[in-house]
Design a binder for this molecule. Structure first.
Ligand code: ZN
Length: 424
């Protein structure tokens, strides 16, 4: 931590104590200081430009207010809107949620999509989140798999003696069309924004179901995806589909899914071949036409490569080939890490190393497109009049040096200066 950052950290504490009762009270009853932010270089979606901004009631404004509680000199720092991680599982239970707040905020990640949560599993702690100075989370309102489907296999590995029926309580099981109607009432009651469906190597669905070694690692019957998407859309919920192979990707796109959870090519399952992960040009064209969003999660390849390092070159080629054709076709992308111990920054640096998406665009995906995907109704993702006053500042220019994203030196969350360093 630099001296200046330390000074600002100290300042942030004295600030919050020094307010008179006349100071504005923002959302959640937190005293919101009126700030002048001077000397910063601000990201405009393409480059960094010098400007001064004010923060009033937790919102950015260009108009100088009558009262300024404190002036923060950003001393030439490079300022981004906060980053988002569209795909993680690090705040789905109470044990990891509080750690995840520090891990993410300390990496400049303020927004997170938790991709296999059920309302009952997060009810006990969700109030810890989604308030100033914590992580803002979009939870899936339902996570739907088959009775022998992912993530049962992973959970059974951790709890081998548990009854599978108890373990399945963490998500919703659907094996037939009739099951959809049976389970939908309780899903509908929660008014979900987002529903997750799981597909795994669906081209071999029937065969894989008969293989005892794959019990717990399969996904939904692919013929149920279109009816499930239709049912979710009737409730106004968006649908994200966990995809593994190129065939899964195609089923999801053709069924009208809004979001694809994984770019195919992060692993080669069983004896599947690289070509099984190559998305067809026709499917890519369809995704572009429908505005389907693809969460990248490319960096999780490194976990699968620990078991099969010989796949490294072929995996990378498939990822580059898929990503290049999606990008060239104008398919919408979102930064998602799917790394329990990692963050959106790990995913960005992995994507940067693949060399397909230009750095400026990667940054725009992380700070504008992905936050807006998770929170379409919020004024976030750009420095404009009336936007939420959240920012992450860096000593080095992250367009020139993306590794600078690892070490923000100042963060402001909805008008609150937060300490850096305690989070790492
Ligand atoms: Zn995931």
């Amino acid at each position: 931590m630099t001296l200046l950052a330390r000074a600002l950290t100290a300042l942030s504490f004295s600030l919050s104590l020094a307010f008179s009762p006349a100071a504005a009270t923002g959302e959640g009853g937190i005293i919101a200081p009126t700030l002048k932010l001077e000397g910063g270089m601000w990201f405009d979606g393409q480059k960094f430009v010098g400007a001064d901004w004010y923060v009033v009631n937790g919102r950015f404004t260009e108009s100088e207010p009558e009262r300024i509680d404190a002036t923060v000199n950003l001393e030439g720092r490079f300022v981004l809107p906060p980053l988002a991680d569209a795909h993680n599982h690090d705040a789905q239970n109470i044990w990891s949620a509080s750690r995840s707040i520090d891990k993410n905020l300390g990496s400049g990640v303020f927004y997170s999509g938790q991709m296999c949560a059920s309302p009952s599993s997060v009810a006990g702690f969700r109030d810890l989140l989604n308030r100033p100075a914590t992580l803002d989370v979009t939870f899936t309102g339902a996570c739907i798999s088959s009775s022998d489907g992912h993530p049962l296999g992973l959970v059974m590995r951790d709890q081998p003696d548990a009854d599978p029926d108890d373990l399945r309580a963490g998500w919703t099981v659907v094996d037939t069309l009739e099951d959809i109607e049976r389970v939908w009432g309780s899903i509908s009651e929660q008014g979900p924004d987002l529903v997750k469906l799981i597909l795994v190597n669906s081209e071999n669905f029937a065969e894989n179901r008969r293989n005892p070694a794959l019990f717990g690692f399969n996904g939904l019957d692919p013929s149920l995806i279109a009816p499930l998407v239709e049912r979710a859309h009737r409730d106004g919920a968006r649908v994200v589909v966990h995809t593994d192979s190129a065939a899964d990707f195609e089923v999801a796109v053709m069924a009208g899914a809004d979001i694809i959870g994984h770019l195919p090519g992060y692993r080669f399952a069983g004896d599947m071949q690289p070509d099984d992960y190559r998305i067809s040009d026709a499917t890519i064209a369809e995704a572009a036409k429908h505005g389907t969003v693809v969460m990248t999660t490319a960096g999780v390849a490194r976990y699968f490569l620990q078991a099969k390092p010989e796949h490294a070159d072929a995996l990378k080629s498939v990822q580059i080939d898929n990503l290049r054709r999606l990008h060239d076709a104008g398919v919408r992308l979102a930064i998602g890490s799917d790394q329990f111990a990692g963050t959106a920054v790990d995913e960005m640096l992995y994507l940067h190393a693949l060399g397909v998406v230009p750095t400026t665009e990667l940054i725009r995906l992380a700070v504008t497109d992905t936050p807006r995907l998770l929170f379409p109704d919020r004024k976030i993702g750009r420095f404009e009049e009336g936007m939420e006053a959240s920012l992450v500042a860096y000593d080095a220019n992250p367009i020139d040096d993306p590794a600078a994203l690892r070490s923000p030196s100042l963060i402001i969350n909805q008008g609150n200066l937060l300490a850096i360093g305690t989070a790492k």
